[in-house]
Design a binder for this molecule. Structure first.
Ligand code: ATR
Length: 276
């Protein structure tokens, strides 16, 4: 029996057990994926004892992603870019971590808008938090030439842009109407539009007809940004796909099978999200 888990605090709302449970059943693997409540400050100790506790690895969620990064012996470049780890396994006594949100974002776009990277010279990214850092790293890794970061707090966009001033430009939120006509790809990385959060109040009027629109928010499944974009005929990539794709590398490492993101898995998660 191979075991993996997700650690966080609180942990009851986390949906990854639904994804891994679906795949374990689909591939007939004798394994388990559980939620493990780990209090703030306790993540490093838990991670160091993963093997003793019988876990092949784990996912890490709020508030432990930065502490997990610090506790690793080895991390992937995406994790370095974000300063946070969400997927952990052990090899020969060493703890190895990656940030699969970055790969999840890219693979979801590959899935929903094949060839998007060949036509994206300029991306406009809304937000400048941890999610934006990861997405900027991912976009650069796919050759996107220029990335403009628009954020309510300009200084946070400036801080990220300072890491690569040739390719990343900070922008004020108020500059968005002037930026949209030049965007090949628009990505929302803020929490705006998530249920319980304020709406993302953005007119897509200036956006080019062939621009791609992506949202990392997945509750609701179709945010008003995506709904607007679809009604205007834009190609879109929704947040649930990113959540599903980010689960792939962990499952592969722990359970030894590369799982597929299928319409059935999508429907399984969508039903859960819509049921709440
Ligand atoms: P994460 O690590 O998940 O990206 P975060 O670091 O809290 O989360 O970042 C949240 C992003 O949403 C930030 O860009 C934040 O803008 P600020 O840097 O100005 O805080 C953005 N955000 C959250 N609430 C917002 C609001 N009401 N209006 C505009 N932007 C908002």
């Amino acid at each position: 029996m191979i075991r993996a888990c997700c650690i966080g605090w609180p942990i009851h709302h986390v949906r990854s057990p639904l994804i891994h449970g679906f795949w374990l059943a689909a591939y007939g693997i004798e394994g388990a994926y559980t939620r493990e409540p780990v209090e703030p400050g306790e993540a490093a100790a838990f991670l160091r004892s993963l093997a003793d506790r019988g876990f092949a690895g784990c996912n890490v969620t709020i508030p432990h992603k930065e502490a997990a990064f610090a506790a690793m012996d080895e991390v992937d470049p995406g994790a370095v870019a974000v300063g946070a780890v969400n997927t952990v396994w052990h090899e020969g006594g060493r703890l190895i971590g990656m940030n699969s949100d970055v790969t999840g974002f890219l693979l979801n776009l590959d899935d929903q808008v094949p060839g998007w990277d060949r036509e994206t010279g300029h991306a406009v990214v809304l937000g400048a938090g941890g999610a934006a850092r990861g997405i900027v790293h991912g976009l650069k890794s796919r050759g996107v030439e220029t990335i403009t970061l628009a954020n309510r707090s300009f200084s946070k966009a400036e801080a990220i842009a300072a890491g690569d001033p040739r390719r990343i430009r900070p922008a004020a939120w108020s500059a968005l109407p002037a930026l949209l006509p030049h965007a090949d790809l628009l990505v929302n990385t803020t929490s705006l539009g998530m249920s319980g959060q304020p709406p993302l109040d953005l007119s897509l009027d200036g956006l080019k007809g062939d621009a791609i629109v992506s949202d990392i928010v997945y509750v609701p499944l179709v945010t008003s940004l995506l709904d607007d974009a679809r009604q205007r005929g834009h190609r879109t990539a929704e947040g649930l796909g990113m959540l599903l794709h980010q689960a792939v590398p962990g499952f592969r490492k722990w359970f030894g099978v590369t799982p597929e993101v299928t319409p059935e898995l999508h429907a399984h998660l969508a039903a859960d999200i819509q049921g709440h």
